[in-house]
Write a protein that binds this ligand. Structure first.
Ligand code: OGA
Ligand code: NI
Length: 196
């Protein structure tokens, strides 16, 4: 695991983003997929208070992770260790991590956006962890990452156990239309105080 944290840290310093295949334990990824599939209470995700506007930009449904004794806690443990590592090595001052399962149904997408605005002092580092076994090219749903000048950087297939990490304020990104159910965990390390 130490190696993984080091890889992420170095990549954030040199490139600001990283895509890692087979990032965690495969069994953990599979168990998270089953957990995500069995969840029934996904809620329509929103971007702002104007829900009409939201749903033109973003179609996914979400379910927030929380600490319990289930498999989601294992993922949260990973995020905690990464947070500690990033704070120690890069002095990012990350205060907490929030994350949600996301379900994109057939036809769903997420238009190009930034996860945080410049100097907003909230979301600093984004993670996306993919949970889809046997994802084919025709299934679509790729994550496209751009640089701060909006130049295309890379395309990520949302396949099981692929982890993407990037600086939230610097990389516009979008999710192309998915042609089947697409599961992931999107998360953000933040620097503000957690609201209870
Ligand atoms: C997000 C996001 C990307 C993905 O939730 O902000 O950009 O591939 N997700 O699920
Ligand atoms: Ni995003």
């Amino acid at each position: 695991m130490k190696e993984l944290y080091e890889t992420i840290t170095q990549a954030l310093v040199t490139d600001g983003y990283v895509v890692i295949e087979n990032a965690l334990d495969t069994d953990l990824a599979k168990e998270l997929l089953n957990f995500a599939i069995n969840k029934t209470n996904y809620k329509q995700a929103g971007i702002s208070i104007d829900s009409k506007l939201d749903q033109n930009k973003r179609k996914d449904k979400i379910h927030w992770l929380y600490e319990d004794n289930s498999i989601q806690s294992k993922f949260l443990e990973f995020s905690k260790s990464l947070q500690t590592y990033l704070n120690k090595e890069l002095y990012l001052g990350l205060s907490y991590y929030e994350s949600h399962f996301a379900l994109y149904d057939n036809g769903d997408f997420y238009e190009k956006h930034l996860d945080a605005f410049k100097n907003s002092k909230n979301r600093v580092v984004t993670t996306v962890f993919y949970l889809n076994d046997d994802w084919k090219k025709e299934d679509g749903g790729e994550l496209i990452i751009y640089d701060k000048y909006d130049k295309y950087l890379t395309k990520v297939t949302p396949k099981l156990n692929t982890l993407v990490v990037f600086m939230s304020e610097e990389f516009p990104h979008e999710v192309l239309k998915s042609n089947k159910k697409r599961y992931s965990i999107a998360g953000w390390f933040r620097v503000d105080k957690k609201e209870l």
